[in-house]
Design a protein around this ligand. Structure first.
Ligand code: SF4
Ligand code: SF4
Length: 213
């Protein structure tokens, strides 16, 4: 793919500010970063229960902002896909220390909200049910999940050889790539904030707090 085509692929962000309500922007802006909640091993039954609670809560809220933000995030991840796939093809086959062998990679609560809003019921559970187990999604050909269904830490991560490739890209591509990551980060904080507000507004039946416990 030429540099021009890759730049066009990243495109221009439509801008969340044009349609996200001000109170939600305010709430998200108060966040320093994403929650670490749920970043731990989980039995599959517990995962399914939490998925269902979030899914039902979102549906009951009737708030279209959930799917709009989640689809926005998924579309942005889709834009990253060609570049990330090209980097992985170039660097991963001969990697001496594959990052997917790390034992501390987990979905967090925001990931689970994103999956539940998108209706991604095909993700059967947390990356592992017990400490020390390998990631269940790592297969002989790499990750078995689509990029948009992976823990977000697996989406944005670029190891050093991949960072070096990015640094060699034309500056407009580097800027566009960074802008997409920033937009995803912001949208995920909005999704998390929207979920918290939904729980606080009294649509709290379902047995799980906004903290995911
Ligand atoms: S992303 Fe980097 S660290 Fe992870 S497997 Fe590929 S080359 Fe190795
Ligand atoms: S979810 Fe996929 S990308 Fe993330 S650690 Fe597991 S196999 Fe690797």
């Amino acid at each position: 793919m030429t540099a021009g085509a890759r730049r066009a692929r990243f495109g221009k962000d439509p801008g969340l500010d044009s349609w996200v309500p001000p109170h939600l922007l305010m709430r998200a802006s108060e966040k320093c970063g994403e929650t670490a909640l749920l970043r731990h091993p989980l039995e599959d039954a517990e995962w399914r229960l939490r998925f269902q609670i979030i899914h039902d809560r979102v549906r009951r809220s009737g708030d279209p902002a959930f799917s709009r933000i989640a689809e926005h995030i998924a579309a942005l991840i889709h834009r990253l896909d060609p570049l990330m796939t090209a980097y992985c093809r170039a660097t991963c086959p001969g990697c001496p220390d594959p990052c997917c062998h790390g034992r501390k990679v987990f979905f967090n609560l925001t990931d689970l909200i994103h999956l539940a809003v998108l209706g991604e019921a095909g993700v059967p559970g947390q990356t592992r049910t017990s400490e020390g187990l390998p990631c269940r999604y790592l297969g002989p050909k790499g990750c078995g999940l689509s990029r948009r269904a992976r823990p977000y830490v697996c989406v944005w991560f670029l190891c050093e050889p991949q960072m070096e490739r990015l640094r060699q890209e034309p500056i407009p591509i580097q800027r566009a790539f960074t802008a997409v990551l920033q937009e995803i980060r912001r949208a995920r904080l909005l999704l998390e904030a929207l979920y918290e507000l939904t729980v606080e507004s009294g649509d709290g039946q379902g047995g799980m707090t906004a903290n995911g416990d």
